[in-house]
Design a protein around this ligand. Structure first.
Ligand code: CA
Length: 233
């Protein structure tokens, strides 16, 4: 039998927190929670969770800062941010800091559970098929260790970034559209323009890591009108 998935919920509003704890216990998760920022960060950094649900507005330290610190310390646990409003700036800031997804409040419980399950499905995907992605002789990506040596420099990736690279690598014979990336990597269909911007933000982050000149990409290229394509040797 597979072990229970461990979830950390960082949320200061008692009613929402209690609801979420009950909801995920009902769905078979083992749940821990924190009701303020520093405690949430401390628990997150122990690194034993399969996923973190992170509210943005928290006493002591906000969700952006927590997300940033988790990623700075190289903890690759998936993070879903709970944003108070679906403001573009909030979403973009969260994703730029390394969150895997966001859910805007007020959220539908069904939608949230589906997103959590989608993130977990992807992060536990069997990645043994392709352990290294060799872009060219100066660019080697280590899939399992979420790292790469690019032009002699070491970079680390979030799980989400690596999933995008793996998907593009598996389909390197053709361009992949943003909608397809949303469907296959994020696990849900495009609903608003913001969702395709989510893809673009991740592509921009990947280019800063894997391209020698991110402004003129030659590995992760845009195919006008068709999407993105990974050029491999
Ligand atoms: Ca809050």
């Amino acid at each position: 039998m597979s072990r229970k998935k461990r979830l950390l919920i960082v949320e200061d509003e008692a009613a929402i927190r209690t609801g979420l704890v009950d909801l995920f216990i009902y769905h078979g998760f083992e749940v821990e929670w924190a009701d303020e920022g520093p405690q949430g960060l401390e628990k997150a950094l122990r690194g034993t969770f399969d996923l973190i649900l992170l509210d943005v507005m928290l006493p002591g330290m906000d969700g952006f800062e927590i997300c940033n610190q988790i990623r700075t310390q190289d903890v690759d646990q998936p993070i879903i941010m709970l944003t108070a409003k679906s403001s573009d700036e909030d979403i973009i800031q969260g994703l730029t800091l390394g969150a895997d997804d966001y859910v805007a409040k007020p959220f539908s419980v069904t939608q949230l559970v589906l997103r959590v399950q989608a993130v977990l499905r992807r992060t536990t995907m069997d990645s043994s098929k392709s352990i290294h992605i060799q872009l060219d002789d100066q660019k080697r990506i280590d899939v399992l260790n979420l790292s790469a040596t690019i032009d002699g420099q070491r970079h680390t990736f979030t799980k989400r970034e690596m999933e995008i690279l793996q998907y593009l690598h598996a389909h390197a014979d053709r361009p992949v559209s943003r909608d397809e990336l949303l469907n296959k990597v994020w696990g849900y269909a495009k609903k608003m323009n913001i969702e395709t911007r989510t893809v673009d933000i991740h592509i921009a982050k990947l280019r800063r890591k894997i391209e020698s000149d991110p402004a003129h990409p030659c590995c992760l290229v845009t195919v006008r009108g068709a999407g993105y394509r990974l050029i491999v040797l």
